[in-house]
Design a protein around this ligand. Structure first.
Ligand code: AMP
Length: 215
């Protein structure tokens, strides 16, 4: 399976990507996760990415494209991949087209998870993540069993800097300006499927499986 997942920040791309990667036994590639682990390790890339991420802006295309090119050239991607959070601009999508052409492979599908903006803001301001194991929670929809303690590894959960309301609004603006055009880009290629992502995670998962099954 070679799949791209599109959607607003907080639409649930990561959650669905983890499920699908397990299901199809292919790597889950999240550019956001790659940036966050570089930030945590204090690398040069991490320092550069942080300047943009904390403001709700996109990391420049030349930086991001290079990272994905490296990752896709690794041997575990030969059997497929789930791309979560990439591409996010038309330029990234065009570069991805040429990468895939060089690899002599084709995308199976582009999955677009649609969630209204009002729901996104509600979701993201309540989102908490475990900095140790990456598990995510929500103060209202998926609370930790013990207050602010990760259910899985018992570390203290935190709110991502870029999940604070002001940054969320900027991230949404960035999404509408730079990423929404990709819906038409892939729609014209005939590879796009859209599912509603505003209900419960399990409902979206069911719809995703159904939509991909029809391919
Ligand atoms: P995410 O976890 O996918 O929401 O990504 C978090 C942040 O990382 C985004 O708000 C961007 O600042 C940056 N980022 C992730 N993927 C990309 C991308 N494909 N292009 C540019 N910036 C990205």
């Amino acid at each position: 399976m070679r799949l791209i997942i599109l959607g607003a920040p907080g639409a649930g791309k990561g959650t669905q990507a983890v499920n699908l990667a397990k299901n199809y036994n292919v790597p889950h590639i999240s550019t956001g996760d790659i940036f966050r682990s570089n930030i945590k390790e204090g690398t040069e890339l991490g320092k550069k990415a942080k300047e943009y991420i904390d403001k709700g802006l996109l990391v420049p295309d030349d930086v991001t494209i290079g990272i994905v090119e490296d990752r896709l050239s690794q041997s575990d991607c030969s059997k497929g991949f789930i791309l979560d959070g990439f591409p996010r601009t038309i330029e990234q999508a065009q570069k991805l087209d040429s990468m895939l052409e060089n690899m002599e492979v084709k995308l199976d599908k582009v999955l677009n998870i649609h969630v209204p903006d009002s729901e996104i803001v509600k979701r993201m301001s309540g989102r908490r993540v475990c900095p140790a194991c990456g598990m995510s929670f929500h103060t209202e929809y998926k609370p930790t069993q013990q207050e602010n303690i990760c259910d899985s590894c018992k570390a203290n959960v935190i709110q991502r800097e870029d999940d604070k309301e002001e940054t969320v609004l900027q991230r949404l603006k960035t999404y509408h300006n730079q990423t929404v055009p990709l819906i038409e880009y892939y729609g014209q290629k005939g590879s796009l499927v859209t599912v509603e992502g505003k209900e419960k995670i399990e409902d979206t998962t069911r719809d995703v499986i159904k939509a991909l099954g029809e391919v």
